[in-house]
Design a protein around this ligand. Structure first.
Ligand code: NAD
Length: 479
């Protein structure tokens, strides 16, 4: 008998009328657990609890909030092997990646513990003699948090930690496919002393639970990470209620490889950026924009690395690429391989479903060559282990192809030329630019986010998180 993990509403763990199974994508026979699904009424109760808790929470004081964040960080770090294993078991990234992401979550909680002690305003002279001006930051109010499945602990951490830091109560809805890590984080924070109503967990489908959050005008701000299609819904509902919102969505990130690149660095960046975490990263390098002088050597070396990648059970320590997250996503990846073929691209290697001892969603990473930037495989986000090479004549064409996309999350270049790297940093249309580094893989103390169709609203992470999680007050005093 598998235990059902409840939702947390107003400080109470509530079982709910229904539950959903959490299935291991490396082995569909393995049910990790059952998680209660919330109803619209549950969401309403959670929002009511958050509203009731908001004033006291805003006045709770920085020491109390610091201590909760610090305790959460310490516990996550101490339990990193166990939580990392749960993460890999429910999402399918390798154990090393699962533990790495868990450590990242602990670091994020620690960072925001520190930030609570650095909350500062400004005092300025007024243009009117005898008047003082003070600028301070105040909590934004009830924050709705909606997260995707591909970073089951890091994304919840980088949304929940600043909400707590700046004194906002939270209603949190994780992705249906990964309720496990979300539950653990909420349990840790609850035991660390979050007062009733300040942290509510409502699991369940986006169409019910997420939609109920969007429809509730009492949620003052929504921070969302996920697909563009859902992001648009969040935006429209938020505008209707005149609430603040923040969207982090897809990417079609280019990695430019120039003739003068260190070939080993370039191949490492491409393989790691395109295929690690099974290519299921918003920052994945799905377009490899390669200049003609290095093209053949680069393609040859990438194909050889891909051939050697060990695709298998996420929990097997030898595995380098875990399974795709579920059957629907795997089918989407395979469909895009077919679309690429029909568009006339050459499938250089991979792209087929793999059989393993256990029944899981395994796929050989796919590399296309002879692709044009206007093909669907280069304009639409696949969100799987599929990358294409686009051959260009020179740097100017590479930059133009790199920027020719509706997305703008991360953009990378491999070159030894300081001049071209500098030009690329200044002219790449992306929120994050990488020089001789993979497009995926970022720090936690600096802003994260994109331009164009990838992001909307203030940046996440680092000190910039305050822009979303607080509102600014300007006070004038005549002495
Ligand atoms: P998704 O949009 O399907 O789901 C994201 C979340 O929205 C889930 O919790 C889902 O239940 C919820 N949701 C779905 N319908 C909803 C509705 N009607 N109302 C409210 N909530 C609803 O995305 P996904 O498949 O979970 O994640 C993959 C996507 O996330 C990719 O596009 C990827 O690029 C993106 N992503 C972006 C970033 C970033 O920071 N830019 C990071 C990770 C993932």
């Amino acid at each position: 008998m598998v235990e059902t993990r409840p939702n947390l509403i107003d400080g109470q763990w509530l079982a709910g009328a229904q539950s959903a199974a959490n299935i291991n994508p490396s082995d569909t026979e393995d049910t990790i657990g059952h998680y209660a699904t919330a109803t619209r009424d549950d969401v309403e109760a959670a929002v009511s609890a958050a509203c009731a808790a908001a004033d006291d929470w805003a006045r709770s004081g920085i020491q109390a909030r610091h201590d909760i964040l610090r305790a959460a960080s310490d516990e996550i770090m101490a339990r990193r092997e166990e939580i990392g294993r749960l993460l890999s078991r429910e999402e399918g990234k390798t154990l090393a990646e699962g533990i790495g992401e868990t450590v990242r979550a602990a670091q994020i909680f620690n960072f925001f513990a520190g930030e609570t002690l650095r909350l500062a305003g400004e005092r300025l002279d007024s243009v009117r003699p005898g008047v003082d001006v003070e600028i301070s930051r105040e909590p934004i109010g009830v924050v709705g948090i909606i997260t995707p499945w591909n970073f089951p602990i890091a994304i919840p951490a980088w949304k929940i930690a600043p909400a707590i830091c700046y004194g906002n109560p939270v209603v949190f809805k994780p992705a249906e496919l990964v309720p496990g890590c979300a539950w653990v984080v909420v349990d840790i924070l609850h035991r660390a002393g979050m007062p009733a109503g300040t942290l509510n967990l409502v699991n369940g489908p986006g169409s019910v639970v997420g939609q109920a959050m969007l429809d509730d005008p009492r949620i003052n701000a929504i921070t969302f990470t996920g697909s563009q299609a859902t992001g648009e819904r969040v935006a429209q509902a938020s505008v209707r209620h005149m609430r603040k919102f923040q969207l982090e969505m897809g990417g079609k990130n280019p990695l430019v490889v120039l003739d003068d690149a260190d070939i080993d660095v370039a191949v490492d960046c491409a393989v790691q950026g395109a295929f690690f975490s099974t290519g299921q990263r918003c920052t994945a390098s799905s377009r490899l924009v390669v200049s003609e002088g290095i093209h053949s050597r680069f393609v040859e070396a990438c194909a050889s690395r891909i051939r050697d990648l060990l695709v298998g059970d996420a929990l097997d320590s030898r595995t380098q690429i875990g399974p795709v997250v579920d059957e629907t996503q795997l089918q989407q990846d395979l469909d895009y391989v077919e679309i690429g073929r029909r568009e006339g691209a050459t499938l250089r290697i991979g792209g087929e479903r793999l059989k393993r001892d256990k029944n899981g969603f395994y796929m050989q990473p796919a590399l296309f060559t002879d692709t044009r930037n206007d093909m669907r495989i280069n304009t639409e986000e696949v969100f799987g282990p599929v990358a294409s090479v686009i051959r260009v004549r020179n740097y100017e064409e590479a930059l133009s192809v790199a920027n020719d996309t509706p997305f703008g999350l991360s953009s990378g270049i491999c070159t030894q030329s300081l001049k071209l790297a500098t030009h690329f940093k200044r002219n790449a249309q992306a929120g994050m630019v990488m020089v001789n580094l993979p497009t995926a893989g970022v720090d936690y103390h600096v802003p994260f986010g994109g331009t164009k169709g990838s992001s909307y609203g203030p940046r996440e992470q680092g000190r910039y998180a305050a822009e979303f999680h607080t509102t600014v007050k300007t006070a004038y005093t005549s002495a």
